[in-house]
Design a protein. Structure first.
Lengths: 171, 171
C-alpha cells in the first residue's frame, strides 16, 4: 500500500498557490496566545476557533494534557511572549475509555517476553481522565499552580463538542 | 485587557453554521495516519497538507519533537489503529535559536531565589536542535528504533518552509 503521506504534495500545491504574503509573518504569535487541545482527528482547531496563520501556538497531544505540554509552554512564554493559555478537551475523547494500567497491559500482551517494551511502557503515564468537565478544571488548576507558568497568564478551559462543532467555556 | 479567547465563540459560530455531517465522523483516523509537527503559529497543517476532519491524528509541540510525542503515538497506534507517522519540522523554527542550558538559565534569572522553579526547570530537556534536516532524520531514526512504535509503521520525515508554504520530503 502506498504511503498515505504521498498525497501531501498535491494538496500542498493548492495551499502554496494561495499562500499570499504569509511568508512575512513574524515568529512570535500575534495574539500572544497558546491553544492546548487533543490530537483527535475530528478536530480542526484553526477552523473551529478562527485562528489564522501567525495567531497562536497550537499544542496538541492525546487528550490535550497540560502536563505533557509544559516544555512547549515554557518555550512559548519565555522566548516568544505568549501570555494567555486556552485549554480544550472534547466530547467522545478516547482518553475517557481506558486506564494507564489497561494500556500498559495491552502493550505488554502484544509484545510478550520483550523486557525493554515492558520497562519502557511502565514509565509512561497516559494521562487519561474519567470525566470531561472535571479534567478541564483540573488541567486549568494544574497550570495555575505550576511555578514555571508565568503568574500573569490568563488561563481558560473549554469543551469542544464533536457532535455539533460547538465550543463552550468551562472555566 | 480582555482575554483573546473571548473572540472564540464568534468565530466558532461560523464553523458550526457549516458543520454539515461531520458529527458522524468515527473516532479512529480514516487515513490511519499521525502527523507530528511544531506548535509554531505560522503553521496550519490541516490547510497545508490537505487534511480534513476525521483524517489524521495531529500532534503538535515545540519543535515537533517525537520524544515528547511518544505517549500520544502509543495511544494512537494501540487503541486507534494508526500505522503511519509523518514528522514535520520547519524553516525559521525557534528551536534552532537556543540551548536547553540557556533557557534554564533564563527562567532561573527571571525568578531569582525560587528553589522550586530552579529544580523543576532543571528537569526539562527542551529538545532544541542545531540544524533542521539533521533533526528530521534523527527523529525518524529515533522512532524506527523505539520498541514501543509498531514495527510495521511507515515513517517519513518532511520540512515545511514558512517562507513559501511548500513542503519537501527529507526521508
Amino acid at each position: 500500500m502506498a504511503a498515505n503521506s504521498a498525497q501531501f504534495p498535491q494538496a500542498n500545491d493548492k495551499y502554496v498557490a494561495s499562500f499570499g504574503d504569509k511568508g512575512s509573518l513574524a515568529l512570535p504569535p500575534a495574539r500572544q496566545l497558546i491553544v492546548v487541545t487533543c490530537m483527535d482527528a475530528r478536530l480542526d482547531p484553526a477552523a473551529h476557533l478562527g485562528l489564522k496563520e501567525g495567531d497562536a501556538h497550537v499544542i496538541r497531544n492525546a487528550g490535550g494534557a497540560v502536563a505533557d505540554a509544559l516544555r512547549s509552554i515554557v518555550i512559548s512564554q519565555r522566548l516568544l511572549g505568549t501570555r494567555e493559555i486556552a485549554i480544550f478537551k472534547h466530547t467522545g475523547c478516547g482518553m475517557l475509555t481506558f486506564t494507564t494500567q489497561q494500556l500498559r497491559d495491552k502493550v505488554v500482551a502484544e509484545q510478550p517476553g520483550d523486557a525493554e517494551v515492558a520497562s519502557q511502557v511502565s514509565q509512561i503515564h497516559f494521562h487519561e481522565f474519567p470525566e470531561l468537565e472535571g479534567a478541564v478544571k483540573s488541567d486549568v488548576a494544574w497550570l495555575k499552580a505550576n511555578p514555571l507558568v508565568l503568574k500573569e497568564t490568563t488561563i481558560s478551559g473549554w469543551i469542544y463538542e464533536v457532535e455539533t462543532g460547538k465550543i463552550r467555556q468551562v472555566v
